[in-house]
Design a protein around this ligand. Structure first.
Ligand code: FMN
Length: 335
């Protein structure tokens, strides 16, 4: 339960509050700017994370607030989901919240300014911030699945020199049939040309190896989940984000029966179950080399410590920034 009086944005219509955030955030980041002490800092490959807390995919879809999130204490930034061409959100209602249950619902469907404009924003901010920046990449909704890899390759080519790593997103429930690509029968064929192109780009740029991660769905059966881990591992992926929003949610959350995906507290148990299964599946020497980022229902410092204890190397939040406020990272790292 949150006290909405202390969080006036929770009293505003949810879509309005969401649309206003990019305009308010830069001011908040100046007002609340603080030099945070390192907290559970972490180094992996050539990347240094001053704390393990990142903004999750979807928070800064068009990379407009990289500096603001950095000023508010994020340990790393993930921009996107970025699509090759600009596209609008899905029609109709696309976001809702239930503050009593600490739950968010969305059916956005990758609204994006497209890679060209997003790249301009990344270039504007990246020299000013000292935290790793990942790009979460996705296909345009009109691109059929048998050509989807071409969209991801375009995004890698455009962004490779400008970000520290990539997240391949095929786990959103809000782009029709996207998650079919995660199925064992399709995954290897889909990922293979993407990772091949990625490693070529690494080599062309003085062997600057940029990590590439796969974001997984909480709605995968255990067998398919572990098969996706094995397939991506064999292909040379560097890690995983566990997990995206859940398409399976209880009616009592008040979001009706309208598809979409739920984040926040109702996702926490499933996200932890997936983390547990993946950690148990990976041999210790593989875990040392790869990265696991836990996402889903992380709403407090204790939640973060629990995920790190369970084997996650880093965490990401979206719902916490809505229900606790954009100063969440500072509150955690200071106390
Ligand atoms: C409004 C909204 C938009 C989102 N958009 C994206 C997105 O574009 N790409 C993505 O990979 N995940 C997206 N997500 C999922 C989040 O990155 C995260 O995986 C999920 O919300 C679980 O974290 P949480 O419980 O801290 O919110 C979105 C979530 C929300 C609530």
């Amino acid at each position: 339960m949150v006290n909405s009086l202390k969080k006036p944005w929770l009293l505003m219509p949810v879509k309005l509050a969401h649309d206003m955030l990019p305009y308010i955030l830069p001011a908040l980041s100046v007002l609340y700017k603080k030099e945070l002490p390192p907290w559970h800092s972490y180094s992996w490959k050539h990347l240094n994370f001053r704390n393990p807390m990142g903004i999750a995919g979807g928070v800064d879809k068009n990379a407009k607030n990289i500096s603001a999130w950095c000023g508010l204490g994020a340990g790393f930034i993930e921009v996107g989901t970025v699509t090759p061409l600009a596209q609008n959100p899905n029609p109709g209602k696309i976001i809702d919240r239930n503050p009593n249950q600490l739950a968010l619902w969305n059916k956005m469907g990758f609204p994006s300014q497209g890679v060209k404009d997003t790249l301009k924003e990344i270039k504007k901010h990246s020299s000013k911030v000292s935290v790793p920046i990942f790009a979460n990449i996705g296909k345009n909704r009109d691109t059929p699945n048998d050509q989807a890899h071409e969209d991801y390759i375009k995004l890698l080519e455009a962004m490779h020199s400008h970000v520290d790593g990539f997240v391949v997103n095929i786990s959103s429930p809000n782009t029709k049939d996207l998650r079919v690509l995660l199925e064992p029968a399709n995954l290897s064929r889909f990922l293979n040309p993407i990772i091949t192109k990625h490693r070529n780009l690494d080599q062309n740029e003085n062997h600057q190896v940029k990590p590439i991660l796969l974001k997984l769905s909480p709605n995968m059966e255990k067998e398919d989940l572990l098969s996706a881990i094995d397939t991506s591992l064999k292909l040379g992926f560097d890690g995983w984000i566990l997990t995206n929003t859940t398409a399976k949610y209880e009616e009592n959350l008040g979001f009706g029966n309208q598809g979409g995906g739920v984040s926040g507290k109702p996702l926490a148990e499933r996200s932890k179950e997936i983390l547990r299964d993946v950690v148990a599946h990976l041999p210790a020497h593989v875990r040392k080399e790869k990265i696991i980022i836990s996402s889903g229902g992380i709403l407090s410092k204790d939640d973060i410590l629990e995920r790190l204890d369970m084997g996650a190397n880093l965490v990401q939040v979206y719902s916490a920034l809505i229900f606790q406020g954009p100063w969440f990272f500072q509150q955690v790292a200071q106390n």
